[in-house]
Design a protein around this ligand. Structure first.
Ligand code: GBH
Length: 422
């Protein structure tokens, strides 16, 4: 394997959030296609129409000067029902995208799963069942077979913690299940699918394989033992339930009894990684709940920092803290780190000094901690899951009526930072 030598300047997106073209070239349905608790009845049916405009979007990235583009592949395009032979028309799209990137001098960084589970597999139990893990490995092999000669970095699964918590524990995301502790089998199956996909990718010629795990420092609301317990509990679930088995082959002790582990699983989950991808947005403050409440923690606002449009606190020191904690916890077992997502939502304006400040401070924190690259979320405004089009994360503004793209001040700022580094 080879990681690029130079600091990797990148931008990130995901398939469902930008592509549109729900029915084109044989795409199957995904769990997000019909998920209802989305604001304003927004749907991603067109989104940024990237499926048709990818060439223009590559030009935007080329002019920005990034060395890498992190995108995701839609499983329902490659296997419309989540199983069986590849739908070659679906793979053709990614083939064209990857060729266009290579031609523009941009390293393709491919995520295999950014939350768009084929609906057929969800109907059969989704991540709660074990069957999907083998399916995922087959899908990984099909994609690698087609793209491994050009993709530089591979990421099997984006933020498994968000799938588990938002999708299966509290139901804010598709598939909208509110199973609380009953969601934990999904965590184990996501881990197993990650490990099996690492192996399948390598067996099919992948260059370098890593992660994109969400991390958030867990801050207790007060020093009381109750609040510290709540924060510790959240820390275990949010930060260590995926990283620990992936990097050390062992689950946090408290979690293991809830997980449907079969002999041999942990060895597979701990398949060696070439890099460790961290998605960071903000820290989380936790307080204890009273007995009888469904969860042993409650997330509360962090008010002493500025906030993004989403209300998320802007805390670059949180990124420093997180990267330090990862180094302390894993030592030599921590592979080289990339920040695979970092960004913020602000109002529609093209003059977005707040975004520049956010990115500048987080980039400095990341570089000071010795990371190997930084991917801004996102190159352009896109479909923000349960918040629809109401949150704009882009360096580039998108007019959803005309699909016109207009670079913001932050785009020009990032371009100059990259140019100044080369
Ligand atoms: C990522 O997830 C996703 O990978 C990406 O698709 C998405 O568009 C992007 O971030 C922006 O949302 O309520 O203050 O406690 C982000 C995961 C989990 C980060 C919830 C913020 C809540 C903040 N998010 N977390 S707070």
């Amino acid at each position: 394997m080879t990681l690029p030598d130079e600091f990797l300047w990148g931008v990130s997106t995901s398939a469902f959030q930008i592509e549109g073209a729900f029915t084109e070239d044989g795409r199957g349905r995904s769990v997000w296609d019909e998920f209802s608790p989305v604001v304003d009845d927004d749907t991603a049916e067109i989104a940024c129409d990237h499926y048709h405009r990818y060439a223009d979007d590559i030009t935007l990235m080329k002019d920005l000067g990034v060395g890498a583009y992190r995108f995701s592949i839609a499983w329902p395009r490659v296997q419309p029902t989540g199983k069986g032979p590849a739908n070659s028309a679906g793979l053709d799209f990614y083939d064209r995208l990857v060729d266009g990137l290579v031609e523009a001098g941009i390293d393709p960084v491919a995520t295999l799963y950014h939350w768009d589970t084929p609906q057929v597999l969800e109907d059969e139990g989704g991540w709660l069942g074990r069957d999907i893990t083998g399916r995922f490995a087959e899908y990984a092999a099909l994609v690698a077979d087609r793209l491994a000669d050009r993709v530089k970095l591979w990421i099997p699964i984006n933020e498994p913690v968000v799938v588990t918590l938002s999708g299966y524990a509290i139901g804010e995301h598709a598939p909208g299940k509110s199973l609380l502790f009953g969601s934990l089998p999904a965590a184990h199956h996501l881990n197993l699918a990650h490990g099996l996909a690492v192996e399948a990718l390598r067996a099919n010629g992948a260059n370098a394989v890593g992660t994109a795990n969400n991390h958030s420092p867990a801050w207790p609301a007060t020093d009381s033992p109750e609040d510290r317990f709540a924060a510790g509990f959240y820390d275990t679930i949010h930060n260590w339930l995926f990283a620990d088995p992936q990097l050390t082959g062992a689950y946090p002790e408290e979690a293991a009894p809830f997980l449907p582990i079969v002999d041999g699983d942990l060895e597979k989950i701990a398949a060696p990684l070439d890099f460790y991808g961290v998605n960071y947005y903000n820290p989380t403050r936790l307080k204890a709940t009273t007995e009888g409440e469904p969860l042993p923690f409650e997330r509360i606002d962090i008010d002493e920092y500025p906030k993004t449009s989403f209300g998320w606190p802007v805390v670059p020191e949180g990124l420093t803290e997180m990267l330090t904690t990862l180094k302390d916890r894993y030592g030599d077992r921590l592979p080289p780190v990339y920040i695979t997502e970092s960004g913020c939502s602000y109002p529609e304006d093209l003059a977005d000094q707040a975004r520049i400040d956010y990115l500048d401070s987080h980039l400095s924190a990341a570089r000071a901690a010795g990371v190997r690259g930084y991917f801004v979320w996102s190159i352009m405004d896109n479909f923000e899951w349960d918040s629809g089009y109401s949150q704009r994360f882009g360096l580039v503004h998108v007019d959803y009526k005309t699909q016109e793209r207009t670079p913001r001040d932050s785009y020009r700022w990032y371009r100059d930072v990259i140019a100044g580094d080369n």
